[in-house]
Ligand binder design. Sequence first.
Ligand SMILES: Nc1ncnc2c1ncn2[C@@H]1O[C@H](COP(=O)(O)OP(=O)(O)OP(=O)(O)O)[C@@H](O)[C@H]1O
Ligand SMILES: [Mg+2]
Length: 259
Amino acid sequence: MGKIIAVHSYKGGTGKTLLSLNLAATFAKQGKKVCLFDLDFRAPSLLTILKIDKADCWLNDYLNGTCDIHKVLIDLSKRLDGDHNFFVGLANPSTEAIRDMSAKDRKWEMHALGRLLSLRNALLNDDGFDYLVFDTSPGLQYSSINAIVAADFVVVATTGDRSDVDGTRRMLSELYNLFEKKTGLVLNKVLDSASKSNKDELQSKVKTVYKVSMLGFVPCFCDILRAEGNFIFAQDKPDHPFTKILREMTRKIENNEVN
Ligand SMILES: Nc1ncnc2c1ncn2[C@@H]1O[C@H](COP(=O)(O)OP(=O)(O)OP(=O)(O)O)[C@@H](O)[C@H]1O
Ligand SMILES: [Mg+2]
C-alpha cells in the first residue's frame, strides 16, 4: 500500500517546493511509481520549474469536481533517465484561478478534502502508485490543512530563523499532533559551519526544541541557488551532497524510521 506525503512549513521560502520535487524524483529513481502534486494554489511554481506551459486539466478542476484525476496527471517519466514512473499534477497559475481558489468557502474546502482523500483509492489502490507527494502553501491555509489531513506522513521544512522556529514549534504541537500525523522535520539552509562542526549537538538541540523526529539537515548550498530551479538534483546531479541527503531521507520514510 502506497503513502501520501505532504511537505509543509509555517513560513514561506523554507524549501518545500525544492524538497517535494527532489523527494518525489528520488523515490521515482528508486523504482517507485510517484506522482507529485502542486497544492500551492496561492503561488503555483512546479509548472515553471518543470517547464510545462499548459495542462489539459488542472488540480483545481479536479478539486472543483469538473475533471477526472487521470486527466490532470502529466507523465514526466522521460525527464528521469531510465525506465521510471514519474507523474505530476499541476495547479492553475492564471491570476483568475489564484483569485478563485483564495475565495473558496469552508463548504467548498470540505468537499475538496473529500476529493483529496479519494486520491488514495484512485491512485494508490487502483493505479498502484507508491507515493503521492503534496507540495503545499505555507501556514494554515485550508488547502494545506487538507493536504496534511489526507497525508500519511508530513515533512515539515524549517530554517533556523527565530520566527520560523517559533511558528514551526506551535504548528507541531497544535496542528500535526491534533491530527496525530507522523512527522519528520527538515532543518533547511543550515549554515555550513554549523552542519560540519557540531552535527550531533545540532541534532539533539533540534530534538529538544521541536520534540519530533529529524528527517534531515540540508546545508545552505550555493549550488541550489545557482541552479535557479533549473535542475532536478536527484536526476541531474547524482553525486551532489544534497542528492545524498535526499536518498537518506527517502530511506528513513520508506523504513518508517520516523514517528
Ligand atoms: N538548502 C538550500 N540552500 C540554498 N538555497 C535553498 C535551499 N533550499 C531552498 N533554497 C532556495 O530558497 C528558495 C525558496 O525555496 P522553495 O521555493 O523551495 O521554498 P518554498 O518553501 O516552496 O517557498 P514558498 O513558501 O514560497 O512556496 C529557492 O530560491 C530555493 O532555491
Ligand atoms: Mg513552494
